[in-house]
Design a protein around this ligand. Sequence first.
Ligand code: AMP
Length: 614
Amino acid sequence: MPEAPKKFLNPTEDYNLQDKNNKILHFIEEVTKTPHEVQKRVLAEILTRNAHVEYLQRHGLNGHTDRDTFKKIMPVIKYEDIQSDINRIANGDTSHILCSKPISEFLTSSGTSGGERKLMPTIEEELERRSLLYSLLMPVMSQYVPGLDKGKGMYFLFIKSEAKTPGGLVARPVLTSYYKSSHFKQRPYDPYTNYTSPNETILCPDSYQSMYSQLLCGLCQNKEVLRVGAVFASGFIRAIRFLEKHWTILCKDIASGTLNPQITDPSVREAVMKILKPDPKLASFIEGECRKDSWHGIITRLWPNTKYVDVIVTGTMSQYIPTLDYYSNGLPLVCTMYASSECYFGVNLNPLCKPSEVSYTLIPTMGYFEFLPVQRNNGINTNPVSVRKSLNEKEQQELVDLADVKLGQEYELVVTTYAGLYRYRVGDVLRVASFKNKAPQFNFICRKNVVLSIDSDKTDEVELQNAVKNAVNHLVPFDATVTEYTSYADTTTIPGHYVLFWELGLNGTTPIPPSVFEDCCLTVEESLNSVYRQGRASDKSIGPLEIKIVETGTFDKLMDYAISLGASINQYKTPRCVKFAPIVELLTTRVVSNYYSPKCPKWVPGHKQWCNID
Ligand code: AMP
């Protein structure tokens, strides 16, 4: 199997950038020429080393390592199918349940089950696979933007809180795990991982101090910055918003070369003080730019050598493209990679393409990939297979291999990993856009069933329905009901927030006080999953939920409008989430009153029942 060039991963004394880039590009060439063979070997390797694990034995795989037997015998599964195995591991069972190597920690996915983050098992060596995927990004980028080794990247990177399972394993998001690992902290010198943010500022658990110090360091080194970014678009916009709020104190620190006393973390202070020098000229330049009425192009004004913005704007993040274009004055928006807690998947080999054309090449060494065909009709999933919980034997065998997917066809991604997931449905829908050599390149279409998302939160229709059901209890004393509702992710505010449009049925005569609707807002929030509540309460990446009451008859107008666009009268169902601008406009013009959640919903790190680290 083509190996990642070892030398690139462990740079030695004779540092030759071009040589290393070429080796990486050669690696990509090789694995994309033979995806079929590489995938066959990856699966055989995973099954050989895990031949004796309880899960494979339970299903009777009996040590077979070939694809046909694997596909015939092993079920295609969802999280709930292995939840009891996961719980055993979380509770301290160290026997080889899913994987022959010890589970080193759990990665907490932003996908939830029963309102809590899913727990993805991982093993130590997966860090190497993730590092490998990261190592591909800059050699690819450098083919299109030369000279990136001559300056720095200003990336806003953060860790999130972690918890311990009852059995003592750490549970945390995959990026927190990566930033805290030696692969990141002790990375050898590489001009491509030369960031304006010192590690200490990234690893600071206090989000205010982390953001403040990262922005301060980015501003101090503004001329050196060649690229800016964050993981997701929402995170980058949050940093700009933070600058809008705090530029006066940031400038004060830059002018005087002293650090705001709110930054109390000693390691952050020490790291920042190595960079911060009194620079009244820079401070007054920044102040002059920030004071202007318009923040159009603020990125290119403050960081004049920036060549692109590196953030994910595919999937639900596409809602932030207009805001990013505004702040960056139309700099290229670059989506470099596609990854998850389950497995890191692939990279964008044409990073300067338009966001709407981004496609990801799955790197065949990362795991074993299969594809469940999906048929969607006008964006609606019409394939009974993907709505049903489990697949029958024939359907399980119809999953397509990486090298066999068809151009233009949409598929749900199914993954088998080195860490012990076998034929696991990731829940993402991808479309084959093109091929690199023999390897398919996929557009990210959507995450199945998600109706609302602002940051990494993902709310599905059932969760929303349940939350609304809980909230309307507050209306019972007033003999009022919600006759129809829909929702909308409003990203015009920073941070964005969920909006619910409610039409009421009023039988009582007592007017409903605003505080009751505010209670409804809070109850909806309390009922949503823990990733949403963490976004609200801890990360502050989601704003207070809003309920907009619309005038009677609004949802009839919505139906009339949908029918005028060609919807069938008999089959019409109120959409539980709206995005299409004319529909949002139709609803918005009929709003009679609006209310916001008065406080943050409750959230604690980890699953409800665990003891927490912080
Ligand atoms: P998590 O498991 O919380 O790390 O989230 C992983 C999920 O984030 C994936 O399954 C996708 O739904 C989404 N995601 C990751 N990378 C991208 C990307 N480049 N474009 C769109 N969505 C992405």
